[in-house]
Design a binder for this molecule. Sequence first.
Ligand code: PLP
Length: 399
Amino acid sequence: MIKINEHYTEIGNNYLFAEIARRVREYKGSHPEKTVISLGIGDVTQAIAPAVIAAIQKATIEMSDAKTLRGYAPDGGYDFLVNAILKNDFLDRGIQLTADEIFVSDGAKSDTGNIGDILGADNLVAITDPAYPVYVDTNKMAGRTIQLLPCTPSNQFVPAFPEKIADVIYLCYPNNPTGTVLTKEQLKKWVDYALEHQSLILFDAAYEAFISQPEIPHSIYEIEGAKKVAIEFRSFSKTAGFTGMRAGFTVVPKELTAKTSKGETLSLNALWKRRQSTKFNGTAYIVQRGAEAVYSPEGQKQIHAVIDYYMENAKIIKSGLESLDLTTYGGVNAPYIWAKTPNNLTSWEFFDLLLNKVQVVGTPGSGFGEAGEGFFRFTAFGKREDTIEAVGRIKTLFA
Ligand code: PLP
């Protein structure tokens, strides 16, 4: 008889985006004449950089010739990409890592979800609230106990230390959904906490490329001691439009160790390598060539032009909402604007109001966790004309 993993019965359906889609479908069904604009989903809308496309095309042609064909990729990624990541994202920023501490993958969702494979079910896990849903759901799937760390205006979205000492802590900065960041001093407090309690920090830096203020850390390894306590996740998805192509990487420093119940010290780098080589067969060669081109001088220029475009959208949304006296957070170092709902509306009430009155879709904050109730997430990934139109429509609501 089949025995299922009963923890799956505790996570429920993937409610948030399905429910948004259902409400939008229903509205469109009864109002076919109306155009609905979405500032909801965190997916890209701008074409991929020409330098990346050229690299992918070249790599695809190589596949057409048996002499240049590539088959299975090396477990941790091709040297050309790993070395480009190592140099540009770390060594040039004064962070000393080595190539075998970087693991290329098909994106940060898989890695933030799969990392639990190497962690025991009895770890006490702390997760910021609101959060990218993968952290909570994958830990529930594994049956781990979770402590939520509320991030609200009352603590300036800086999580307080958990009541019980956490073994594993998820931090995501720049943050999805709140768009907020941590300063070096704030992040250092968490690194020091992890060093003191021998905890592990899982640092999701998927939005690192959107940081505009020079004092904000791009990597947790900018903090002294972090290599002993932190794994960092990165993604090409939002940085370079790879949501449909799939590439990211995870850094697991060799200094990072954990003890078995028998007191034996093991390297998390070795465990992750073992996990990946067993369950993952690499990111496509052509996609890795595309990711390599992100680091070329033309690639950098082109991706930053797209990031600037999205961040100009963020400005338009943020200043538009603020002109209506709505309180907003984020949108400066992240492509997300986290707005307080007006008149104490719940997140879903505000969603319905925007959809029904002005046909604008966003994401109800409560969908990211209890502490997101009363907030609403707008994304900057839309097309410029849609963003301007959506903000204009929201203004009419308050006129
Ligand atoms: N981490 C965060 C915080 C995200 O918001 C997302 C995507 O929205 C991801 C990870 C997933 O990134 P990827 O496309 O690389 O899987």
